[in-house]
Unconditional design. Structure first.
Length: 277
């Protein structure tokens, strides 16, 4: 176990290294760790993780992405990594791959011969993989490490919250009552683990009229206001359901509408401000 000098929580944590149980790689210097979380899959969590990383990188910051959704990894494609790209180790450290725009990334897909093969592991192996991504990957100096967390409140999510010094988590939801209920479980889990909730992003909130650009709500009864109030958190922003966001694995961010880029810049600013407060 390392001392606290390489921990993002150094200076703001009252526990000693022996008390908290977190292992930090002394070769890494990571200033901030943000988890992107949702109780349910298919809400765009990985897309938002990558968009957040890209927005932070555009500010000249050093950024990494950990794909902790071990059984459903998608970050490599979203970051436009070439098929067949592999991460390597030297027996002591694992070296992350760098995306075309300079974002460091680690994912189990970077270690598989065939990305189409399923990962049929029990919870203990999945959790062990995530802890290796934290303390054995040579991230070096990072301003932000974004963790794309698995859906739900199971073993891997618990391991991340217990073994990685998160500065906070961003929750991703969509405007459906059932999804909001499931995301509330993740919010309550984070609160129980004393993890800061940085706010909620409502994805697929609306669609844009292709002719006039007007926002068209996809659900007549959007529960976001009551959801935010009930969970005592804040709305970071609303993102549309749009083909350009769905296609970032093919086109990058070049074809995303300027209004969406501006909204995501606003979301990113709110997240960084919340971390610093």
């Amino acid at each position: 176990m390392s001392d606290c000098s390489s921990c993002p929580s150094n200076g703001s944590c009252s526990k000693s290294a022996s008390q908290c149980g977190i292992q930090n790689n002394p070769l890494n210097k990571i200033k901030n760790v943000i988890g992107v979380m949702s109780g349910k899959g298919g809400v765009g969590k990985s897309t938002i993780s990558v968009m957040l990383a890209k927005q932070l990188k555009s500010k000249g910051l050093k950024v990494g992405v950990m794909d902790a959704d071990i059984t459903g990894p998608s970050v490599c494609r979203l970051l436009n990594l070439a098929k067949g790209t592999r991460a390597y180790g030297d027996g002591n450290s694992i070296f992350p791959v760098e995306s075309p725009d300079g974002i460091k990334v680690i994912s189990l897909n970077l270690m598989l011969e065939d990305e189409n093969q399923p990962v049929i592991w029990r919870g203990s192996l999945l959790s062990s993989c995530v802890t290796q991504f934290w303390n054995e990957v040579l991230w070096g100096e990072l301003d932000y490490l974004i963790i794309d967390m698995p859906p739900g409140t199971g073993d891997v999510t618990l391991t991340i919250m217990q073994s990685i010094p998160l500065n906070g988590v961003v929750m991703v939801s969509v405007p459906q009552d059932m999804v909001s209920m499931i995301v509330s479980k993740s919010i309550n889990m984070a609160k129980a683990m004393n993890i800061k909730i940085l706010g909620i992003i409502e994805n697929m909130s609306y669609t844009l009229c292709p002719h006039c650009g007007e926002k068209i709500k996809l659900y007549a009864n959007d529960p976001v206001e009551s959801f935010i109030k009930d969970n005592q958190t804040t709305l970071l922003g609303e993102l549309p359901s749009t083909a350009s966001l769905c296609a970032i694995s093919d086109d990058g961010t070049d074809k995303i509408e300027e209004s969406i880029k501006a909204e995501f810049e606003n979301i990113t600013n709110k997240i960084t401000q919340s971390i610093n407060n």
